[in-house]
Design a protein around this ligand. Structure first.
Ligand code: SAH
Length: 222
């Protein structure tokens, strides 16, 4: 593949004007964390989708990224990021399960100190790692592994976010939360009823779960 020209600013359908329209739409749909909205407006989503889909990158929709996977819809990325930041002490170390295109990781990287992100599909992991490095995201650490095991060597995390849905919450992710930290995770069968859950580790052995809206994610595969 020819190296892709990194037009971070974008023109036409990828310009700042188009991105501002996306932000206005997210605001209308209830996203109100200004820091999150500012990051969405500057993150070059058009460089994280297939070049042929770049002109649709600032629509509020999920898009295919190959290997049967999708880049998450901007609304859900903003929503999960907002939930992750809704804490007294802003998280420093965040783990993401499901790197995919790297969009969610890139958004997080502008808001927290270090992002650890795990992908199980090798070509996706490699392509995304290269693109994130080319874009200068030097606080994102990428791993090729089954993310349902978390990244034990880097635990505990101040927050964990899963962008693929397991049918039941993987125990390793609960174990790798710091006390007071949150796991933000879609749970349920694909095509069935998945719900966004926020699970807080309140003490060493106690967790509190809050269920949020219905969502649609690709399955978390072991
Ligand atoms: N955060 C991504 C969303 C990608 S879709 C983005 O912003 O684009 C979810 C991703 O999770 C897919 O790339 C899929 O391959 C990956 N995935 C599914 N099961 C996984 C597992 N057990 N471990 C790591 N990644 C997994």
């Amino acid at each position: 593949m020819l190296p892709r020209k990194l037009d971070v600013q974008g023109i036409g359908m990828t310009s700042q004007r188009t991105r501002n329209r996306l932000v206005a739409r997210l605001r209308e749909n209830g996203i109100c964390n200004e820091a999150v909205l500012a990051v969405i407006s500057k993150t070059p989503r058009h460089l994280l989708v297939d070049e042929a889909l770049a002109s649709r990158a600032y629509e509020d929709t999920a898009l295919p990224i190959g290997h049967g996977q999708t880049i998450s819809q901007p609304y859900i990325v903003a929503r999960m990021t907002e939930l992750l930041l809704a804490v007294e002490n802003p998280p420093r170390k965040v783990l993401e399960v499901g790197t995919g295109s790297g969009y969610q990781a890139a958004v997080l990287a502008s808001l927290v100190e270090t992002v650890f992100t795990v992908e199980r599909i090798e070509p996706l992991h490699r392509a995304t790692r290269e693109m994130l490095a080319a874009l200068g995201y030097d606080n994102i650490r990428t791993y090729l592994s089954d993310g349902s095991w978390g990244v034990a060597s880097e635990a505990p995390f101040d927050a964990i976010i899963a962008t693929a849905a397991p049918e039941t919450v993987p125990p390793a992710l609960l174990e790798q939360l710091a006390i007071g930290a949150k796991l933000i995770i879609p749970v349920g069968k694909q095509g069935g009823s998945q719900r966004l859950q926020v699970i807080t580790r309140t003490h060493q052995d106690t967790y509190a779960t809050v269920e949020h809206e219905a969502v649609q994610f690709v399955p978390m595969i072991k």
